[in-house]
Design a protein around this ligand. Structure first.
Ligand code: ADP
Ligand code: MG
Length: 285
């Protein structure tokens, strides 16, 4: 049976928009010393805006038509940004599939289309113009057959409480705070630097995130929480000691896999959850 004090803890958490899937996670949470966060949708808003559109050998509207046709079949935050474009001549994409951490592949107007990051273009032998090397924003590249068709740059911003969240996590004494992201490493480092985190890695595939968290777990006294929102985060949420999902923006798989759900999507609720867990332990013991 569950000691009475736990109900108080679970209740206090739920009044704060934090859902624990069981009392055992309250206990695990009191022992955390490492917190790993995803970037997009977790510490940043996950609401991207288009900054620049560059198409080669095709009118912008037509180019955006290819891209939008593909993104119309994706639920990624990037897709929502691209679909904000007003003048697109949307065609229909067929056989669209998601390539985890890389982008999308499919067929538009009978042509093989790839939409995603640099790694996706490289893997398919598409030559990327060097001008994209110096761009700091997230770049969505489009390849058709074996040609580079163009790119769109998009930018996201930190959540309102991102700085506060980091400060509070430090205040509760977490010794290592990290970001692991599928987005470009340059952006990931910029965000980590701005927030004063211990370290960060970008350009990671879901399995790379998994490997990084496995490595952290192997350190003798490490108790780890991973905080994420995406389909790609489900495997790491599952293997971390306390998986925390953003409940508002989060994908269904992330929410299902996590042990704790932050319904308000606020990263500052991470420290709040730790405090509630600790005061619950004091009452129970
Ligand atoms: P994060 O770990 O920051 O949440 P993801 O793993 O979801 O990032 O995505 C990693 C990268 O894969 C994106 O930055 C983007 O380059 C590419 N990508 C993923 N989904 C899409 C999509 N629907 N359209 C274009 N690019 C995508
Ligand atoms: Mg994410």
């Amino acid at each position: 049976s569950i000691p009475l004090g736990y109900f108080g803890g679970l209740g206090a958490a739920s009044r704060n928009g934090i859902l624990f899937k069981g009392a055992s996670f309250l206990d695990a949470m009191t022992k955390l010393n490492t917190i790993v966060m995803d970037k997009t949708g977790t510490i940043t808003k996950g609401v991207f805006k288009i900054k620049e559109i560059k198409s080669f050998g095709m009118e912008e509207r037509e180019f955006m038509g290819y891209l939008m046709a593909m993104e119309a079949q994706s639920t990624h935050p990037i897709a929502q940004a691209i679909l904000q474009y007003k003048n697109g001549n949307i065609s229909k994409a067929v056989e669209v599939s998601e390539l985890a951490g890389k982008g999308l592949k499919g067929i538009v107007n009978g042509k093989k289309v790839l939409v995603g990051n640099r790694a996706l273009m490289d893997a398919n032998g598409i030559t990327v113009p060097t001008e994209t090397d110096s761009i700091v924003e997230t770049i969505i590249m489009v390849g058709v057959d074996s040609d580079f068709l163009g790119y769109v740059t998009i930018a996201d911003e930190l959540k309102e409480d991102a700085h506060q969240a980091v400060q509070q996590i430090r205040n509760v004494g977490i010794s290592e705070l990290i970001i692991l992201s599928g987005d470009k490493d340059s952006i990931t480092q910029k965000v980590a630097m701005e927030l004063g985190l211990d370290w960060a890695k970008g350009g990671l595939l879901p399995e790379d995130k998994l490997n990084e968290v496995e490595k952290l777990k192997q350190r003798s006294d490490n108790v780890i929480s991973f905080v994420g929102d995406g389909i790609n985060d489900a495997p790491v949420l599952a293997i971390s000691d306390v998986g925390i999902a953003m409940g508002g923006l989060g994908s269904d798989v992330a929410i299902e896999t996590a042990d704790v759900i932050i319904q308000t999507d606020q990263p500052s609720k991470i420290a709040r959850a730790i405090k509630i867990a600790r005061s619950t332990r004091r009452i129970v013991w």
